[in-house]
Design a protein around this ligand. Sequence first.
Ligand SMILES: Nc1ncnc2c1ncn2[C@@H]1O[C@H](COP(=O)(O)OP(=O)(O)OP(=O)(O)O)[C@@H](O)[C@H]1O
Ligand SMILES: [Mg+2]
Length: 359
Amino acid sequence: MRRLLAPRFHCTRFVAAVKPSITILYDADEERVRDEALAKGEKFPALVSTQIDDVLTKRGYTVKKLAAVAPIKKLVRQLEDDDSDLIFNVCESLGGEGNEERRIAAVLELLDKRFTGSGSLALTLAGDKSLAKKLFEFHKVKSPEFAIITSDRVEGNPTIDRFPLIVKPIATDASIGINAKSVVQNVGELMERVFFIHQEFHTPALVEEYIDGRELYVAVLGNPQVVLPPIEWDLSKLPAELPRIAGTEAKWENDFKEAKEFVPKDIVADEAVMARIRDAALGACGALLIRDYARIDMRLAADGTPYVIEVNPNPWLDNRAEFAMAARRAKPELSHGELIERIVQLAMARTMRPRADGK
Ligand SMILES: Nc1ncnc2c1ncn2[C@@H]1O[C@H](COP(=O)(O)OP(=O)(O)OP(=O)(O)O)[C@@H](O)[C@H]1O
Ligand SMILES: [Mg+2]
């Protein structure tokens, strides 16, 4: 009996020590954007897929990269043929189209692939801010008062009439459609912006109470999730003519963002406020079925109330991004490489549903 058991035990230990093989899945469009920038002589940092490739290769993983290109048929075949143990999914779009992120995850699910980050349902819920906010209400997660205005009806709280308000498309990210004109001061500006959203984005407009507060990015990691130190972006130094929001002007039109983000010492030292921030972050993730890692954007009002603005599942894993910054400040601290490896481990620990065909 002993003899029989010993080799099996040995074998299990051996298997556990072997690192999983990994395919990094990303949108090929990122390469097009990079190549265009390089052709214009602009600087362009390494793509996230390359950064992840580098850190995992250094850590002894066998890594390959798969650039997702539409049409989907080809991608499905490539994924079917892929024999890696894990897909590291940083495909936030397909052909630059952000709305496809959730469908890429759905394809991975249909193919019974093990992959990092949130599943298609969480990506769908978080990707539609109006759906997310309805769930926040049910789960008592504090988020700004809101109404959703479609071309033929108003949902939510149409009595929000305290200006300023902020008007956003319900399903974009990277602040697309959010700029100085989004913060409206009267009914005329509100109507103009709502029409603009309908015409430009063909989505309902999300009208929210404007939260005059500090801009915080809260990273969560793990299953169950742990909240990492918040990162603040001090918007008070924005040019006077701009509203204090992380809109397109602040994010993309100047280098205002460089080196302006930090862990706010006063907030971290205030245990009562930190407890509210943690509750809000975890509540928001629970409401949207988030797994592995996410970044929750918040505004902290002067009275210490954190308002959840949105949840970003599978946030940008660049080594300069807020998520990596928060990981470096965590206790114990996580380097970029350790963070990426932790995400691999979280996905590897996931129980996969048994396949219908028994394979
Ligand atoms: N209700 C609000 N009150 C005050 N500021 C807000 C509100 N909603 C959004 N903002 C500001 O606009 C910014 C962008 O909003 P939001 O995070 O919803 O957009 P996004 O395009 O999804 O952003 P991301 O680039 O994080 O994907 C916020 O970071 C915040 O500065
Ligand atoms: Mg945001």
